[in-house]
Design a protein around this ligand. Structure first.
Ligand code: SAJ
Length: 426
């Protein structure tokens, strides 16, 4: 079996490597020459647990190779980004570009699978594009008779930091343009997926992916809204959540400084954009989560102003715990705003950064380690729940003034609030 994976990013590269491990010949295609050279030398350009060893192994055995150019294959997997524009309109340009590339190499018997998170109807657009570019091929659902190719949508649903495990163990939803396409794609995923593979239509699979991330976003928004209400009422939100979650049918997620990463903060907009009239809840959840970042900045500023001149430690820049990914990170936004305002007073502790990102250039903020922060900084603003922060014992922080946006230190004595109750403005 020869498989071409288009897009060697956070999803495409691990997927290509896992397929290559099954013995298939995999060609990874990327527009970046640097990425192609890195992979061909057996190295990786993204950090993900165990990915480096897997990639070097499959490249050394000749099962994975990268190129900027398409070649004939039996299966084409598209795993390119689907960003949104300023008005939150999804941009499927990279998907259509990839489909155009695939069209040039298609032959009867081939299968095209889209994995990128996409607005409902995108796989049908890919089908229409392939039909237009390759009138010589019978495309499923468009022309009578047995189609020459199969087209399916199968969203990835892996968690950064656990990608290689979840690629194998998670259940997969496989949506065919026709039932026959879904059955063919199922055979392919069974090669490397241990979880259950469930077939459906491409539209249902597209909406399922968006629904999963919107579900999480709405539930995090609920927690974020509660955190503001509790603070204004002088109640510890973490205790309230712990207690409420003792109810057998309540499971509240964790509040934080906002929602980051490239998925949860983006995908719900694809649903809103698809039906703006009927998505007030999903839209509001997005707005509540975005507003929590501004609220966090305001609360941190009030605390920092209450002790003029002293150094302040911001703990964490990553978009979530125990990863080195700073993309769309609310922690980064908060730390950056504080650095702009308080300049040289700001110290950043981020064990996953070698140096401060460019956003901090000229602010006077410095990167320090946790030990130095404990020695030098009377104020702590906790922005990420990295394990290394969680394990700081009470004796090392009892005297600190702490604004803990992640609730990592339940035993921390309360730090008095230094501002009037604040609004979570959406
Ligand atoms: N967060 C909270 N409170 C929580 C949980 C998360 O504030 O209780 C924040 C995190 O700190 C982070 C953001 O939400 O800033 C997103 O983190 P996450 O761990 O919820 O999700 P991602 O973005 O790493 O991965 C998600 C996953 N989707 C779901 O859990 C429904 C993953 O399975 C998807 O594959 C991925 O999006 C994706 O690619 O779509």
């Amino acid at each position: 079996l020869k498989v071409a994976v288009l897009g060697l990013g956070y999803i495409g590269l691990p997927t290509a490597a896992v397929i290559a491990r099954t013995g298939a010949k995999v060609l990874g295609i990327d527009v970046s020459q640097t990425v192609v050279e890195t992979v061909n030398s057996g190295r990786v350009h993204i950090e993900e647990i165990d990915l480096d060893g897997l990639v070097s192994g499959v490249v050394a055995r000749g099962n994975l190779r990268a190129s900027t150019l398409i070649e004939p294959a039996d299966v084409f997997v598209i795993a390119v980004p689907t960003p949104f524009g300023d008005d939150h309109a999804p941009d499927i340009g990279y998907v259509l570009d990839a489909a155009t590339t695939v069209a040039a190499a298609l032959k009867p018997g081939d299968m095209v699978i889209l994995e990128s998170t996409s607005p409902v109807g995108t796989t049908e657009k890919v089908r229409d594009l392939l039909a237009a570019l390759r009138p010589d091929l019978k495309v499923p659902g468009m022309t009578p008779g047995t189609p020459d190719i199969a087209i399916a949508y199968c969203p990835e649903r892996v968690l950064p930091g656990r990608i290689l495990v979840e690629l194998i163990d998670n259940d997969r939803v496989i949506g065919g343009i026709t039932p026959r396409c879904a059955r063919k794609a199922l055979q392919f995923y069974r090669r490397f997926v241990r979880g259950a593979c469930v077939t459906t239509t491409s539209r249902a699979a597209e909406m399922t992916k968006l629904t999963e991330n919107a579900f999480r976003d709405v539930n995090i928004a609920f927690a974020n809204e509660l955190s503001v209400v509790a603070e204004n009422m002088g109640v510890d939100v973490w205790e309230v959540i712990r207690l409420a979650n003792r109810h057998p049918r309540v499971n509240i997620l964790a509040p934080g400084p906002g929602v980051g990463g490239h998925c949860i903060a983006v995908d719900p907009w694809f649903l809103v954009h698809g039906d703006p009239e009927n998505t007030p809840l999903i839209r509001t959840a997005r707005e509540v989560n975005d507003a929590k970042t501004g609220y966090t900045i305001g609360r941190a500023e009030a605390l920092i102003e209450s002790m003029p001149g002293v150094p302040v430690a911001c703990l964490g820049l990553a978009f979530k715990a125990n990863i080195d990914d700073f993309r769309e990170s609310p922690a980064l936004k908060v730390a950056q705003a504080l650095a702009k305002r308080f300049g040289e007073r700001m110290r950043i502790v981020e064990p996953y950064a070698q140096a401060l990102p460019a956003a901090f250039d000229g602010t006077g903020a410095r990167l320090i380690d946790i030990d130095t922060a404990i020695e030098e900084c009377p104020i702590f603003v906790v922005l990420v729940d990295h394990d290394v922060f969680k394990s700081v014992p009470l004796e090392e922080r009892a005297a600190k003034r702490v604004y803990d946006t992640r609730g990592i230190w339940p035993d921390q004595p309360a730090t008095p609030q230094h501002a009037a109750p604040m609004l979570l403005r959406t």
